[in-house]
Design a protein around this ligand. Sequence first.
Ligand SMILES: [Zn+2]
Length: 81
Amino acid sequence: MIKRYKVVMCPKCKSIQTTEKKEALKCMGCRKQTQFKNAKTGFEMVKIYDSFDLPKHATLLCQKLRKDKSKSQYLNSPMQK
Ligand SMILES: [Zn+2]
């Protein structure tokens, strides 16, 4: 079951953030709104990493994921001279 505070990734700008919204994500990065699920197909439009009862826990996971993301981008980037 999905709890109140969700850790999600905006499909448009890939920014990881927390939200309390149930129907749609209003992205804090690009300001675009995306429905969590496509009403017709039921397809998940927004990736939900996890959900929590406490906003503090959601924020902690959010920070960890952001860190991991920047680390993997660093490792995957081609070597620069
Ligand atoms: Zn966005």
